[in-house]
Each structure stands twice: as structure tokens, then as C-alpha cells.
Design a protein around this ligand. Structure first.
Ligand SMILES: C[S@@+](CC[C@H](N)C(=O)[O-])C[C@H]1O[C@@H](n2cnc3c(N)ncnc32)[C@H](O)[C@@H]1O
Length: 260
């Protein structure tokens, strides 16, 4: 899968995307990153990319020319004009924005199905609205808070999407992780079995695979009930009869312990 990142700060990406699982996936040719410095398409000797807002007010605004140029020349996507609109691109061009749809695991899965994804990092007080309407295909937020720029948001999205690309995760199974269903993952334990008197649940060292799987599923349900009961409304219609019974058991156990 190919990721194109349009940013004023391409240097921020190499240290993050070149390390660990993503760095290995790049070396294996499973994913590729291309950063495009928006300033290369800036105006004049100073490569200006921002300007004062029409109508006055605080802060600067991203002018449209540089981002349109980076998308057209850097990505090879024609954006057209008001008179001659261009057809939509065949891959998503995401604008990082606190006003966008909030990113989640379902969106990560949807985006991972594309062979190519572009991410535009905003900066300043805002972007000229013609960028939002005519240059990108979708606005995406990483949460209800405001960052100084879109770079960290883009890294979050790239990381979450890239690890879903087949073979990027050598051993881990994305299918069991938190949010692959509307469910939080079960607790993990490793050696030693007894650490300072805190012991590992017996079932996990029993070697009984079916019982371990059931324990893990129940603990996933318990965590979700305790921490994110809002997810259960989405999960319940997806449960089969056996899973529903386990949820009932967990609810009863939690109620009897006064946890819910
Ligand atoms: C200081 S913010 C601008 C916020 C803007 N004035 C507003 O209120 O919507 C600058 C840039 O950071 C990025 N950004 C900030 N918060 C974000 C979030 N929650 N998710 C994604 N991108 C964000 C966007 O690219 C944005 O253009």
C-alpha cells in the first residue's frame, strides 16, 4: 500500500515511520511512504503558502495554490476548475481536520482496502474553503481536541491503517484486538507466573485452549462492560447464542460484586 503525505514538515515523519513494525514493512516492500513538502509549491521567492483571512480576524489561512499544486503535481491527480470540474480521484485524499469524521477502527479497515491513500496536513488557523471542497475527498479528525498541525493526526491514521495491510503484522492478529469488533481486548499475562505475589489466572497456564479462549472472551466482555458500556449496544446484535450467554454471566457476576 502506498501512503502520500502532504505536509509543511516532512522531517517529522521519517523518525516515526522508519521505526519498528512500519519500518520493517517498508523494508519488506509491503508499504511505501512518500512525503511531499507543500512549500515546494509555495508562491514567489519566499514560497508563501499562507495569507491573511478575508474579512479579518486572528491567524493565517492556508492559500489554495500550494495544496492544489502538491496534489496535482505531487500526486498526479487533476483537480479541475469551477468551469471544468475533474472526476474524483481513484484513491482517498484525506484532510486532517478537527471538523472531520472521527477516525476509528472501522474507518481504518475501510481505508486499508485501498492500494493508495493520501493525507493532507493542515496548519495555521485554517485552510481556504476551496481546498476543503475541491481538493480533498474527506475530512478526518483524530478526536475532539485541537492540534497545532495535522502531522500527528496523519501519523496516527497511517499507523492504524498500515498495520492492517496483509503481512505487516508478523505474528499479532488484528482480528482479536480492541475495536476490531466493538469490544476491548482481554488482559494479557506473561512470565513469571508469580510476580511479587501477584499470580497469573490458573486457566491461562492450564494448557486447555478452549477454556482459555472462553476466559479471554469473557474478560473482553467484562472490560467493555466496565470501561466502555457504550460499545455494548453495537456489539450485542453481533453476538451468537453462546456469546450472549457469556455476556449474561458477566453481567450477573459484575452485579453480584456491585460493579455495575
Ligand atoms: C490549529 S488547527 C486549526 C483548527 C481550526 N481553527 C478549527 O477550529 O477547526 C491546525 C491544523 O491542525 C490539524 N488538526 C488539529 N486538530 C486536529 C484533529 N483533532 N484531528 C485532525 N487534525 C487536526 C488540522 O490539519 C488543522 O488544519
Amino acid at each position: 500500500m502506498r501512503f502520500d503525505i502532504l505536509t509543511l514538515f516532512p522531517g517529522m515523519f521519517e523518525p516515526v515511520l522508519g521505526e519498528s513494525i512500519l519500518g520493517r514493512a517498508v523494508n519488506q516492500g509491503l508499504i511505501e511512504f512518500h512525503t511531499h513538502n507543500i512549500r515546494d509549491w509555495g508562491l514567489g521567492r519566499h514560497k508563501q503558502v499562507d495569507d491573511y483571512p478575508y474579512g479579518g480576524g486572528a491567524g493565517m489561512v492556508f492559500r489554495p495554490e500550494a495544496i492544489f499544486g502538491a496534489i496535482e503535481e505531487g500526486l498526479g491527480v487533476q483537480l479541475g476548475t469551477a468551469e471544468e470540474p475533474a472526476p474524483p480521484p481513484d484513491f482517498p485524499i484525506l484532510l486532517m481536520s478537527p471538523q472531520g469524521q472521527v477516525f476509528d477502527q472501522a474507518m481504518a479497515q475501510e481505508l486499508a482496502a485501498y492500494p493508495r491513500l493520501a493525507l493532507v496536513c493542515g496548519h495555521y488557523e485554517g485552510l481556504d474553503e476551496r481546498i476543503v471542497r475541491y481538493a480533498v475527498t474527506r475530512e478526518v479528525s483524530v478526536g475532539d481536541f485541537v492540534l497545532t498541525g495535522g502531522e500527528l493526526a496523519a501519523m496516527v491514521i497511517v499507523d492504524a491503517v498500515a498495520r492492517l495491510v496483509p503481512e505487516v503484522l508478523a505474528e499479532e492478529s488484528p482480528g482479536e484486538e480492541s475495536h476490531s469488533r466493538p469490544l476491548l481486548e482481554y488482559p494479557h499475562y506473561t512470565r513469571p507466573a508469580n510476580f511479587r505475589g501477584w499470580t497469573v489466572p490458573d486457566i491461562l497456564v492450564s494448557g486447555h485452549h478452549a477454556k482459555v479462549a472462553e476466559w479471554r472472551f469473557k474478560e473482553s466482555l467484562r472490560r467493555t462492560l466496565q470501561r466502555r458500556s457504550d460499545l455494548l449496544a453495537k456489539l450485542e446484535p453481533q453476538l451468537d447464542i453462546k456469546e450472549r450467554k457469556l455476556l449474561e454471566q458477566v453481567r450477573e457476576e459484575e452485579e453480584s460484586q456491585g460493579h455495575s
